[in-house]
Design a binder for this molecule. Structure first.
Ligand SMILES: [Zn+2]
Length: 471
């Protein structure tokens, strides 16, 4: 279970910011219903998943989602549940897209200082959603009608196959594509989003100083961050220079107790450590956690993880022992040591630590994934299948998860399920001959109508996936 996806193309982001279309749009368009938008949002999930390296570690995603949930509770009711995706990318960026979908880049987590700053950027994005800026922009550009919106989606899909900036929707010559290029936030949108965002931030109990701090940091760091061809936050959200001063004034007018509020950053720092340790360059991570000033227990864990990623098994083992010694009962420490023990062949230690983690944190997908693998290696396939099934339910298109699950099911003699999951695993690895082979096998083993229904469902899912990839 690794992060996946291809490198993001810059222009695609430019479209994605243009993808918030809440109820007002549906109303204005008449035929473009909430159901259409949810369908569009579901396809967008697929696009994000196939185009970006999406982070699946629930310790990271769960934390970011918890910030979103707190902010959403302070917002007016929204027509869609707000969902957040965290993408592995060093750029300082975030954007809102279809049906209340927010995407956050890991560069924000590694570069910002504290929960209030991260919450500020998210609050700003949520304000673009609640204020329907994109919906209004769509209306102004006369991109009316579900047909046009679906046209933009098609343009994004087809265009993304080129993988480069030359593959813009404009090059396709579609009217919808050309119009989509005009959709972007205005300076006025930005000021509005700052104002409403600050309101949500304060009402949700975060410290408002984070708003100023985050934007100052983004302004300062954007040129240094390793975003590659992905545009920085500033190019998709204009006018930050003026806005910082304005926000400072607004914050200064808040009551002293609110103004001086600071969030507890303990959880933020843990997540930041995990992101540094796992999702930045391993050598840089090792250097960071080995710096003389970095000697907390958390730094020790980060250092051990970096060493294990570099394959320096003995040093990593020593590092994990030291980290465990200073925080022996924390399930994050147990999980990471359990992962290391699995990868370097100590199955008994691995299974014990991961089981303790899974019992305490049943939603920790990585703990479940490695627990399933560790007990399978010990021959306990019944436990490994039930754990891996839970993982597969949460990340249904992860081929590594599906392949492991299929293997354990085969070991238990569940031929139909095994072939069905092998079929899916190969489809999502884009090996369609092997997909067809296993689907045929599954079909020949189908025991009744319910099994046949499952096959039809897999066929539909895979053909939609291929349609979205254009293969
Ligand atoms: Zn903005």
């Amino acid at each position: 279970m690794r992060t996946r996806g291809a490198r993001a193309a810059a222009w695609l982001l430019a479209f994605l910011i243009a993808w918030t279309c809440p109820r007002s749009v549906a109303d204005a368009f008449g035929e473009f219903t909430i159901r259409d938008e949810l369908e569009l949002a579901r396809k967008f999930d697929l696009i994000i998943e196939t185009r970006f390296p999406v982070i699946e570690d629930t310790r990271i995603t769960g934390y970011v989602q918890s910030i979103v949930d707190r902010l959403v509770a302070a917002m007016p009711p929204q027509p869609f549940p707000i969902k957040v995706t965290v993408v592995k990318n060093g750029a300082l960026n975030a954007f809102a897209s279809a049906a209340g979908h927010i995407t956050i880049f890991t560069g924000l987590i590694t570069n910002l200082d504290g929960e209030d700053e991260l919450a500020s950027v998210i609050a700003h994005e949520l304000a673009h959603v609640s204020e329907r800026h994109i919906a209004k922009s769509i209306e102004q550009s006369q991109l009316t009608g579900a047909g046009s919106l679906l046209g933009i989606l098609a343009a994004v899909l087809v265009g993304s196959q080129g993988g480069g900036e030359g593959a813009s929707a404009l090059a396709l010559g579609t009217v919808a594509g050309a119009k989509a290029m005009q959709l972007k936030y205005t300076r006025e949108n930005e000021t509005d989003a700052d104002q409403y965002g600050l309101g949500y931030l304060v009402d949700a109990g975060f410290g408002p100083g984070g708003m100023v701090g985050a934007f100052e940091k983004i302004r300062k760091l954007q040129w240094m961050s390793g975003g590659g061809d992905v545009p920085s936050y500033l190019s998709t959200h204009p006018g930050v220079d003026d806005r910082v001063g304005y926000m400072q004034e607004r914050v200064a007018r808040l009551p002293k107790t609110v103004r001086e509020r600071r969030s507890d950053n303990a959880e933020y720092e843990r997540v930041k450590m995990l992101v540094h340790a796992w999702y930045t360059d391993a050598n840089s991570a090792l250097a960071l956690f080995s710096a003389p000033a970095r000697s907390t227990c958390q730094d020790r864990l980060g250092r051990a993880i970096a060493l294990s990623r570099l394959g320096r098994a003995d040093e990593a083992g020593k590092g994990f022992s030291e980290a465990m010694a200073c925080n022996p009962s924390d399930t994050l420490w147990k999980r990471e040591y359990g992962r290391y023990a699995f990868e370097f062949g100590d199955l008994a230690t691995s299974a014990r630590l991961l089981q303790e983690t899974v019992l305490r944190d049943p939603d920790d997908l990585y703990a479940l994934f490695f627990y399933a693998r560790a007990v399978a290696e010990q021959g306990n396939y019944a436990s490994s299948v039930s754990a891996m099934e839970r993982v597969a339910k949460a990340v249904p298109r992860d081929s590594e998860v599906l392949e492991n699950l299929a293997r354990y099911q085969a070991a238990l003699g569940r031929g139909f399920d095994a072939h069905l999951n092998y079929a899916k695993a190969f489809a999502y690895k884009r090996q369609f001959k092997k997909y067809a082979f296993h689907l045929d096998k599954a079909e020949s083993l189908a025991a009744g109508g319910k099994d046949l229904e499952k096959i039809v469902q897999v066929r539909n899912e895979v053909s939609e996936y291929r349609e979205i990839l254009g293969i």
